[in-house]
Design a protein around this ligand. Structure first.
Ligand SMILES: [Fe+2]
Length: 253
């Protein structure tokens, strides 16, 4: 499996606090079947993002863990007027592996009316926006038609594994299942911040999706599409995810 959203670089944001914690997270991920992780440190008003520092931290960790898992460059960019301008000036600076896919986080309090236009301008610059966990955003999760339009426009959606499993509460669980039902989910990722509360593991969600949906869907969301991101290649398209059983028949919480 390939995890495109993790906070594993020590000291750069509110994820791994130090090198030992980062190494523990990497080893935990590898043990759960993750082969590749994108180090998507926050780039927002609280945490400045420096590409060179990120590359150095990745190299330092990679040397310690060998190739299990492989660590890839990226960030989680918070949408602000300044970050939009910088993406448009330097389209590859924030993208995963510098290959075009950009993990983009919207504010919980304000979604610009011009979002579609902003996303369109990024796409025109060769950036492929991936909307980070829309199911956890109280504004976005109430705007399914708008999310659908963004996907039609060329955006992709990443849902947090723990949302689908009910660990971010009922509203996020309901929204993540509605996104699945509408065929709007392209990635499941851990958004790991530590080893305990938000761990870097995807094996449980893989089993859930295999059972509740089907193995092909699990593979597409956890391996095939994430691999395309690492390669800078087009995403696989798939059918609307049809649940075998109503999701509430699983004991999620
Ligand atoms: Fe995150």
């Amino acid at each position: 499996m390939i995890d495109i959203h993790t906070h594993i670089l020590p000291g750069l944001d509110d994820g791994a606090r130090h090198r030992e914690e980062a190494l523990a997270m990497l080893r935990m991920a590898a043990a759960a079947g993750t082969t590749d992780m994108v180090a998507s440190s926050h780039a927002n008003l609280e945490f400045a993002f420096d590409p060179q520092v990120a590359e150095e931290r990745i190299a330092g960790l990679q040397g310690a863990v060998g190739n299990a898992p492989r660590i890839h460059y990226g960030c989680e960019l918070h949408l602000t007027p300044e970050s939009i301008a910088d993406v448009l000036r330097f389209p590859q600076k924030y993208s995963i592996g510098h290959r075009g896919y950009l993990l983009l986080e919207f504010s919980d309090f304000l979604v610009p009316k011009t979002s579609s236009e902003i996303l369109g301008r990024m796409i025109a610059r060769g950036v492929h926006p991936i909307i980070a966990h829309p199911e956890r955003n109280p504004i976005l999760r109430k705007r399914m038609p708008e999310l659908e339009a963004w996907v039609g426009q060329g955006c992709a959606m990443q849902v947090t594994a723990q949302s689908l499993l009910g660990r971010f509460g009922k509203a996020a669980a309901v929204a993540s299942h509605e996104l699945m039902a509408r065929g709007l989910v392209h990635f499941l990722a851990s958004d790991a911040h530590d080893c305990e509360h938000r761990p870097p593991v995807l094996d449980q969600v893989r089993r859930y999706v295999e059972e509740a949906f089907d193995p092909e869907t699990a593979d597409r969301l956890l391996r095939e599409n994430p691999q395309a991101v690492l390669d800078g290649a087009p995403l696989a398209t798939g059918p609307v995810h049809v649940r075998k059983r109503p999701w509430f028949s699983f004991s999620l919480w």
